[in-house]
Design a protein around this ligand. Structure first.
Ligand SMILES: C[S@@+](CC[C@H](N)C(=O)[O-])C[C@H]1O[C@@H](n2cnc3c(N)ncnc32)[C@H](O)[C@@H]1O
Length: 364
């Protein structure tokens, strides 16, 4: 039984995260209230009554936009004295209702200025806590970037330090959560990429497609259109996979990308361009009104000009949640009416700042 849910987010987006958790809780009939602090990097939604395992499904990471990672809470904050933090935590785990069988342990802190100061402590604290859990018969592994969770209902135990004295304990089902600890994906910036924004599209591929889908949808025989392509960070992601790409933008494309012979640079308006024949991908990073970009994407989908779409929506300064939620409703309605099966996913990626990334593709 869970007392609430904790979602981490990019610091500065707590209000959006809270609005989203509240909306989701209401959809599932879980009454409660959100609790946030500006720039804390996380948000808690407390339930008025304990919620069963439906909590996992309700707050599935992929279906949430602003949550970087999410887990269900085993209770309120726990006080841990500085001279022995392990004992109260182990006691809590031992007494937690329902049998906990985590296979992974993540000792973490928020991605805020204050939280990052705790990260070295969290790493070192993992060891004595792990040893104490093993004694209790709970044999977990540390969840790090090398650890790949099996595609089962395997659980992760989250120990979330707010400061040196206060902790939230919770559980996630790894299959339903972010594939990366704390939802933070560490990608190496390729030395020959023309812009840092290349990492956004790489993260989007990893977030929205599974391994099999990536192998099929990003094979060299595919064709792509990149709207607002210059200097070419997104185009680079296709070219490095051998995918021919039409780069649409009035600006200058990176010379090295052009030398590959895989890129056709078209200096035309991205809102007026349509490909001579349907392509596998349309991606769009034009800085424009989000509603206008969403409408453009729907036109591409409607005309079946591309099989899969990835586009960025720049967030407004104010009422960001309202705007995003309205656009999602519009997208969903139009896609439903198109009569084709589709998957719509929206995510504030780790590499996104004042924008979110949207994926539309076939179902399965
Ligand atoms: C954020 S940058 C794109 C960066 C690119 N994705 C990368 O990774 O290097 C936005 C680009 O959109 C282009 N753009 C804006 N409006 C456009 C339009 N109507 N048609 C084509 N390109 C447009 C701009 O010229 C600019 O190069």
């Amino acid at each position: 039984m869970f007392s609430g849910v904790l979602a981490t987010c990019r610091p500065g987006f707590e209000k959006e995260c809270a609005a989203e958790l509240s909306e989701r809780a209401a959809q599932f009939g879980f009454s409660g209230y959100p609790q946030t602090q500006p720039d804390s990097g996380f948000c808690v939604f407390h339930f008025h009554e304990p919620v069963n395992a439906r909590c996992f499904e309700a707050f599935e990471w992929k279906s949430l936009i602003f949550a970087r990672s999410v887990f269900c809470l085993l209770g309120r904050q726990i006080e841990v004295p500085e001279d022995d933090r392990v004992t109260p935590l182990v006691k809590f785990v031992k007494e937690a209702p329902g049998k906990l069988k985590p296979i992974a342990l993540l000792v973490e802190s928020p991605d805020s200025d204050a939280g990052r100061e705790l990260s070295a402590f969290c790493r070192s604290f993992s060891k004595p806590l792990h040893a104490a859990l093993v004694k209790l018969g709970i044999n977990t592994r540390f969840w790090d970037d090398e650890f790949v969770s099996p595609d089962t209902d395997a659980q992760c135990l989250h120990v979330f330090f707010l400061n040196y004295q206060r902790v939230y304990l919770g559980v996630s089902i790894m299959r339903l959560g972010s594939p990366w600890p704390r939802g933070i994906v560490r990608l190496k910036f390729p030395a020959d990429a023309p812009s840092r924004s290349t990492l956004k599209l790489e993260e989007a591929f990893l977030t929205f497609l599974n391994e099999d889908e990536r192998a099929a949808a990003l094979s060299p025989s595919r064709r792509a259109v990149d709207l607002g392509a210059c200097p070419g960070g997104w185009t680079y992601q296709f070219v490095r996979r051998g995918i021919r790409t039409m780069a649409v933008d009035n600006g200058a494309m990176d010379e090295r990308l052009m030398e590959t012979g895989l890129v056709e640079h078209l200096k035309v308006d991205g809102f007026k361009f349509s490909p001579p024949r349907p392509v596998d991908w349309m991606v769009c990073d034009m800085v424009e009104q989000p509603k206008r970009v969403a409408e453009l994407a729907l036109n591409w989908w409607q005309a079946q000009s591309a099989r899969r779409l990835i586009f960025n929506l720049k967030l407004p300064m104010k009422k960001r949640w309202n705007e995003v939620s309205e656009i999602r409703t519009v997208l969903d309605e139009h896609l439903k009416n198109s009569g084709r099966s589709y998957r719509l996913l929206m995510k504030h990626l780790y590499h996104d700042r004042e924008e979110i990334t949207v994926y539309i593709g076939p179902h399965g």
